[in-house]
Each structure stands twice: as C-alpha cells, then as structure tokens.
Write a protein that binds this ligand. Structure first.
Ligand SMILES: [Zn+2]
Length: 192
C-alpha cells in the first residue's frame, strides 16, 4: 500500500483564504494537485505546507479527482449545498458550481459549456456521468428537455410547461427552438 503524505493547500483570492487538506504520493504530486485545484477555483496564488487540517467536502472531492475514485456504474451524490438543484459551494468570496470546478480541474477546455448529469440524478457529480451542453444559462436538464417536447406535442401551453418545470417561459421557447433545429429531419419519421 502506498503511504501518502498530507499537505494543507492555502488558496488566496483578494482578501479571502481557503485551506484544503490534500494527500499526495510525493511533493511533485502535491504541487501538481495544488496547481489544478488553484485553477479550478480561480485562486490568485497558493501556498502548500506539509501539515494537517480537517478534510471537508471540497478536500474530499479533490482527493477523489486526484485518485479517480469514480466509476461508470455509480452516481456520486454531492453532499453539500445546492442552488436551483445544482451542486455548488461558496468559497473564496463567490459561488462555484461543483461540476464546473471539476471541468476546470480536469482542464477540459470547453468555453461556454456546462456539464450536466446524463444519469438524471440532480445531485450527481460523477464526471463519467457528465454530458456537455452549450450555454452558461442552460436551465433545464436533458430529461426535462424531453418532457418539454413531450408536453408540447400533446398541446400543453408554454406557460403551463414553464410553471411545471419552474423556469421562465423564455427558457421553454429557447429550448423548443433548439429542439426544432437539432431534431428537424427526424420529425419526418414514419409512425408505426
Ligand atoms: Zn450519476
């Protein structure tokens, strides 16, 4: 079994500071993680010390990312806070969405792309379950999008759909126009 060393990573942004417990095989591994974590949270600078502190949820998340403790088969539910059903955390003076943190940590360069769970578990933060949607303000999930189309095909009004999904009407209109673009040719399929 590998012996792992414990470090405390102190992230600094303006006047805010955040301490995270990280574990690493050696100092190079610790430095690499520190760089990734710092980038993912938009920190301005950081210090790394050979030390101990409490392992909070965010520390645990970065540990799981560093060790790839995720599997395709299982969802990983975020145990922290949510805003509009989206896993998030408040550190360094601002709100950070957990899935966005993960994308930045993994250095997946997708501008304006948001990660959503394709497993339809709203709490899931397993990167293997991510699907990527264009647009920062994507307010409805893939499952809900299908629902929008289904409702609409049954003749349900836009205001009712918006109320049912708890989003603004414009979101539904936008979604429907996206569906028309992406599913256009398929709508001519023969019915059985
Ligand atoms: Zn999942």
């Amino acid at each position: 079994m590998l012996i792992k060393d414990k470090y405390v990573l102190s992230l600094i942004k303006e006047t805010k500071k955040l301490n995270l417990q990280i574990t690493a095989q050696d100092s190079g591994h610790a430095q690499a993680q520190a760089g990734d974590i710092s980038r993912s949270l938009g920190a301005e600078k950081y210090n790394l010390n050979y030390s101990n502190c409490e392992e909070d949820l965010l520390s645990k998340l970065f540990k799981d990312l560093a060790e790839n403790n995720f599997t395709h088969g299982e969802c990983r539910e975020w145990e922290g806070t949510f805003t509009n059903n989206v896993p998030c955390t408040y550190v360094l003076g601002s709100r950070h969405y957990i899935r966005t943190i993960i994308l930045k940590y993994l250095d997946i360069p997708k501008d304006g792309v948001t990660a959503k769970p394709k497993c339809l578990c709203k709490k899931c933060i397993n990167p293997y379950h991510f699907t990527y949607v264009q647009g920062k303000n994507e307010k409805i999930s893939c499952g809900d999008r299908k629902l929008v189309v289904a409702y609409r095909s049954q003749g349900v009004g836009i205001p009712q759909i918006a109320a049912a999904l708890n989003v603004h009407r414009s979101t539904i209109y936008r979604q429907l126009s996206n569906e028309l673009v992406s599913n256009g040719p398929e709508s001519h399929r023969n019915g059985g």
